[in-house]
Write a protein that binds this ligand. Structure first.
Ligand SMILES: *Cc1c(COP(=O)(O)O)cnc(C)c1O
Length: 482
């Protein structure tokens, strides 16, 4: 307490009481429709915000008094109430250049998929056969479409790939052992670590080989009557280089057939065919995995498939049926909105035009000359806002520098982490406002814009922009010109 200046403690004493400010706020016409608990929370936000400001900035008495004028306080409460009532998942602009950005919801849905989800919000024939009126299966159509797309015998889908892996382990190896190569015991992000998933699936992990080399003989030597599952995991988010060796999926599938032990491939990123994104050369495809013939191949719906969050299981009929009969499957089943969006995405792939109609694929394929053109268009839109700012004057934005910069985009979500994808960005920089601060201001703008920082500049990557996003970036910049 004693470290605070006398001015700070005076200003703290002058802070409005929550109840007093609440009385003033509730008397305002503009706030009468705000529910009482929300209004109270908004008033608390304002008072707490002022307290923090006084403590860190130690304003003079005049500065503090100006912030605590009744009309200024009321406007602050209005803004705080609006923030509290705003949708937390409002649309933002992804200008990061990371196509499958986990923080921004991974794959952007195709308009057809979003529309399908919107339609399914009403009553829909989710689990009823229309002919007989009897109970049907919610995953039937998605399963059929997945079989057509992948050539697998059977297919289903659940909540996400983590759930699919947990289900597979629990279905085939409950109380038994799962054999995995030491080089494949990956952590995919935060809480998803393969050893923990196997343990929580009710199985015991048996590691074989070494970090850099595992041979099929290592798996064979580890098999016993306790073995429930042989698992191969795609090391999505890292690569081992140099003196390495892995047993192939074909070898593992053959060993499983010989010893009558199920084989599961956790593929992760779910690129259906190589030709969809040819330069992702070291990313294994669903087609290759199914051709190697493991009992099950597992992958995400919202990575390179370009659909909603889902965990897709394709493979042998008996294996898919075993997973569907596991009581845990019911706890991880897909909701109708997701099923509708997944079905629509699979149909786009089946139409054979995913290069144009599935946004994740379309964005990954954008060639550099198109990106240079789009960067130029974006730069012009940004310049228009800045020249307005310069005419008006008095804003930090008058001194924002804009240029074009060649850089690299990323697939994201652990897909092809080592492959740089050439792009051309609009780079913003400022003599006194750092790139991190420019990025922060853009995140807090209306609408919010997410960027990345490189070499002291804030980069806006046109690769990840969607329809209307250039105008939205311009609107966001305008909203900062206060
Ligand atoms: C991404 C990934 C997962 C997790 O998938 P979610 O759909 O996010 O649950 C699991 N395994 C691999 C190999 C992955 O790449």
């Amino acid at each position: 307490m004693s470290s605070r200046g006398a001015q700070g403690s005076g200003a703290l004493r002058a802070l409005p009481k929550v109840d007093e400010l609440l009385d003033i706020a509730s008397a305002q016409g503009s706030l009468t429709r705000v529910p009482r608990p929300v209004l109270k929370a908004a008033v608390r936000d304002v008072v707490e915000g002022l307290r923090a400001w006084i403590r860190t900035e130690e304003p003079t008495e005049e500065e503090a008094a100006a912030r605590m004028r009744a009309d200024v306080l009321v406007r602050a409460v209005e803004a705080a109430a609006a923030r509290r009532r705003a949708h937390s998942l409002e649309p933002v602009v992804n200008a990061t250049g990371v196509v499958l950005h986990t923080g921004l919801g991974r794959a952007p849905l195709a308009p057809a998929a979003a529309e399908a989800a919107r339609c399914a919000a009403q009553a829909c024939a989710l689990e009823i056969e229309r002919g007989s009126g009897e109970r049907g299966q919610r995953d039937r159509v998605v399963g059929e479409l997945l079989c057509e797309l992948t050539g697998a015998q059977a297919a289903t889908a659940c909540n996400n790939n983590a759930a699919a892996t947990l289900l597979a382990v629990n279905t085939f190896a409950l109380g038994k052992e799962v054999i995995v190569s030491r080089g494949e015991l990956v952590e995919i992000g935060g809480s998803y670590r393969m050893p923990a998933v196997i343990e929580r699936g009710g199985a015991k992990l048996v590691e074989v080989g070494t970090t850099n080399r595992t041979r099929i003989a290592d798996y064979r030597a580890a098999v016993s009557e306790r073995t429930g599952l042989l698992m191969k995991v795609h090391t999505s988010n890292y690569r081992i280089g140099g003196f390495t060796e892995e047993a192939t999926l074909e070898e593992l599938a053959a060993l499983g057939r010989e010893l009558k032990i199920p084989v599961v491939h956790d593929l992760g990123s779910g690129l259906l065919r190589r030709s969809l994104v040819p330069y992702l050369a070291d990313e294994p495809t669903v087609e290759e995995s199914v051709a190697a013939d493991p009992d099950l191949t597992l992958f995400s719906g919202d990575k390179l498939l370009g659909g909603p969050q889902a965990g897709i299981c394709v493979g042998h009929r008996s294996a898919v049926e075993a997973v569907r009969k596991n009581p845990m499957f019911r706890a991880m089943r897909l909701d109708k909105l997701i099923l509708a969006a997944l079905e629509a995405t699979l149909r786009l792939h089946l139409e054979g035009d995913a290069e144009r109609t599935v946004p994740a694929i379309e964005r990954l394929r954008l060639p550099i000359d198109v990106l240079r053109e789009r960067a130029q268009g974006l730069r012009e839109a940004v310049e228009r806002v800045l020249s307005e700012a310069r005419t008006r004057g008095g804003s930090w934005m008058s001194d924002l520098q804009v240029s074009l910069m060649e850089a690299t985009s990323e697939a994201g979500s652990g897909s092809a982490p080592t492959i740089p994808i050439p792009t051309c960005c609009v780079a913003l920089s400022h003599a006194t406002v750092g790139a991190g601060e420019i990025s922060r201001r853009l995140r807090l703008a209306t609408p919010p814009v997410f960027t990345r920082v490189k070499d002291g500049s804030t980069l806006l990557d046109p690769r990840t922009l969607g329809e209307g996003d250039v105008e939205r970036v311009a609107a966001a910049l305008s909203s900062l010109n206060g």
